[in-house]
Design a protein around this ligand. Structure first.
Ligand code: CP
Length: 316
């Protein structure tokens, strides 16, 4: 359990964190990981704290794991989706957040389709804000849970070769992962159709490829991204069938990477498009490990942001 206070009030992005911050989250998550494997999956650590999950976009993994993380720490957790709130009557993001803040939560977790939404709110409220994904900007807890999964599987983050494949353009997951992995000196490669590789990638310190074979050569981790059909415009892709043939990860493509390469996908997966069933369900797949890690990492984030301390105890 972390002996030092976390030095940030909010978690808005990986950009702005350092290796000490990241390791503090990952090491705290290690302490919480086994709580979810106990017969009684609850500790009293955040009793009396209130967490609001405010989701303006669809989510299965992030929303459920933040809810479980809060509940397993004994916090009171409230879930709000835009469609069932007064947002559907035209209330603004800021009015919604100020209204919720008047009920005195400790943490508000926000997912929103606008890049910068979580940061915008964080500058105008007193409680802690966690970015659960903002447009095409960042998804910091996804990168943290991915790092947790990689470190468990490979024993380190330093000098890993990580190839991120597919729709980089629309991926907040890719941006957060690149920022985190570069902190640890990983060799981060991105590969996909030129139309889905934004020009500013060189600023992230990653290597860019437009063919899978050289991009995957020697990779320790193959991270497959979802084709974000809802955000694709015009001629960004010829057809999904063509995309799958050129950039889909099947067993043949996976063989370009190291024999023990870990396969990751943030979900939800488009099976048969960016990833084959064989690979998604194969022995190298860490997809469900990522989901399990998500609960522990989000427990760590909530714990560190609320400034609580004390050992992980059995439920009382
Ligand atoms: N990885 C991820 O953010 O999944 P959800 O959209 O289901 O939360």
């Amino acid at each position: 359990m972390s002996a030092h206070p976390f030095k940030h009030r909010h978690l808005l992005a990986i950009e702005g964190l350092d290796t000490v911050d990241v390791l503090q989250v990952l090491d705290t998550a290690e302490a919480f990981f086994e709580v979810s494997r106990r017969p009684v999956r609850k500790v009293p650590t955040l009793r009396g704290k209130t967490i609001i999950n405010l989701f303006f976009e669809a989510s299965t993994r992030t929303r459920t794991s933040f809810e479980l993380a809060g509940k397993r720490l004994s916090a009171d957790v409230v879930n709000i989706s835009a469609s069932s709130s007064s947002v559907s009557k035209g209330e603004t993001l800021l009015d919604t957040c100020r209204t919720l803040e008047a009920m005195r939560p400790d943490v508000v977790v926000i997912r929103h389709d606008a890049s910068g939404a979580a940061e915008y709110v964080s500058k105008r409220v007193q409680c802690s804000i966690v970015n659960a994904g903002d447009g095409q900007h960042e998804h910091p807890t996804q990168a943290l849970l991915d790092a947790f999964t990689m470190r468990r599987a490979k024993g380190k983050l330093e000098k890993l070769v990580v190839t991120i494949c597919g729709d980089v353009m629309h991926s907040r997951v890719a941006r957060s992962n690149a920022a985190l992995l570069r902190l640890f000196g990983a060799d981060v490669r991105m590969v996909g159709p030129r139309t889905l590789l934004p020009v500013e990638l060189d600023k992230l310190g990653v290597r860019v490829y437009d063919r899978l074979e050289p991009a995957l050569d020697g990779a320790d981790v193959v991270m497959v991204l979802r084709i974000q059909r809802e955000r694709l415009q015009g001629a960004m892709l010829p057809t999904l069938r063509e995309y799958s043939r050129t950039f889909g990860i099947g067993t043949k493509q996976l063989a370009y990477a190291k024999p023990d390469a870990l396969v990751m996908h943030p979900g939800p997966m488009n099976r048969g498009v960016e990833i084959s069933n064989d690979v998604a369900d194969g022995s190298q797949s860490a997809v469900l490990d990522q989901v399990e890690a998500g609960v522990a990492v989000r427990m760590a984030v909530l714990y560190l942001l609320t400034g609580e301390s004390g050992p992980v105890e059995a439920s009382s």
